[in-house]
Design a protein around this ligand. Structure first.
Ligand code: HSE
Length: 302
């Protein structure tokens, strides 16, 4: 039986100023196993948020796999898809991107790796609607991406070993809701502010320069509009800084926040959790390293 097994990392997108352009892959993974069977479709999901994930043809991983089969003209007689999720769903940690990239990469392995990572990225963007998390899930590391119409620039940069703290409040906030909170037009001054802060955020992360990161990780394009959707946002960020974080940002579209620090990660996690709980939001925390590898195809039997 043909089988492909892949693992895909979580990611934290935007990194403050880099709205839809920057993301960092993180050491927390989903696994996707895709089997070619004689007939029919069987999908089962276990792990994080399994009860919230569709197991019919609307399943994101399945749709992504289909996109590869359509693009390459391959028609498997039947499929079995088994997903084991380590990434919390709807968290701001790129779970939907990981689901999509897992389906793309597994299907691509079944067709003999005919599509390049760049081609997989284009398919992933079409399904996800924004490019930053899917780029990080594919390429790993600190990913820079610029997608506009047909133009697609992508580059993954290595970063020195680094851990981040994620505080995930028990709050339902979809990416669609968080994007709907954004204005269609922004002042030129704010756009310029973000361009400058984004380039210095890249410099700070690639150099492991936490003092620069403290000054660079700031944003005027999305966080000011989104933070009102997250009770306690300012208090959580302030408590993280008090506990030793040099920078705090909304992780992707939220609801999780990400804190950067050279040390004291446990104390920062505790402080963020306590601050969310003071706003009546139960909170889970994660201390995660940066992932340098991106999607990995671990087993292929053809
Ligand atoms: N750049 C996207 C956004 C990331 O902020 O909407 C979503 O995870």
């Amino acid at each position: 039986m043909k089988k492909a097994s892949v693992t895909v990392p979580a990611s934290t997108a935007n990194l403050g100023a880099g709205f839809d352009c920057l993301a960092l892959a993180l050491g927390l993974r989903n696994t996707v196993e895709l089997y070619e069977t004689k007939q029919g479709l069987e999908i089962d999901v276990e792990g994080e948020g399994a009860e919230r994930v569709a197991t019919d043809t609307t399943n994101l991983t399945y749709r992504a796999a289909q996109a590869v089969f359509e693009k390459t003209g391959y028609r498997p007689p039947g499929l079995r898809l088994h997903a084991v999720n380590g990434i919390p769903v709807g968290s701001g940690l790129g779970s939907s991107s990981a689901a999509i990239v897992g389906g793309l990469a597994a299907a691509n392995a079944l067709v003999g790796g005919r599509l390049s990572r760049q081609e997989l990225l284009r398919l992933a963007m079409e399904i996800e609607g924004h490019p930053d998390n899917v780029a990080a899930a594919i390429f790993g590391g600190l990913t820079l991406v610029s997608a506009s119409g047909e133009e697609l620039l992508v580059k993954s940069l290595p970063v020195p070993p680094l851990k981040v703290v994620i505080a995930l409040p028990d709050l339902r906030l979809s990416t669609a809701q968080a994007r709907a909170a954004l204005p269609q037009h922004v002042p030129l001054e704010d756009a310029v502010f973000n361009i400058g802060h984004a380039v210095f955020t890249v410099q700070a992360l690639t150099a492991g320069d936490f003092e620069l990161l403290r000054r660079a990780m700031n944003d005027r394009l999305h966080q000011p509009y989104r933070k009102r959707l997250i009770p306690g946002y300012d208090a959580v960020a302030a408590e993280a800084r008090k506990a030793g974080a040099v920078a705090v940002a909304l992780s992707g579209a939220g609801p999780s926040l990400v804190a950067f620090a050279p040390e004291r990660h446990g104390e920062i996690a505790d402080a963020m959790k306590a601050a969310f709980e003071a706003h009546s939001l139960p909170c889970r925390t994660f201390i995660l390293p940066v992932d340098r590898q991106g999607v990995q195809v671990s087993v292929v039997s053809l």
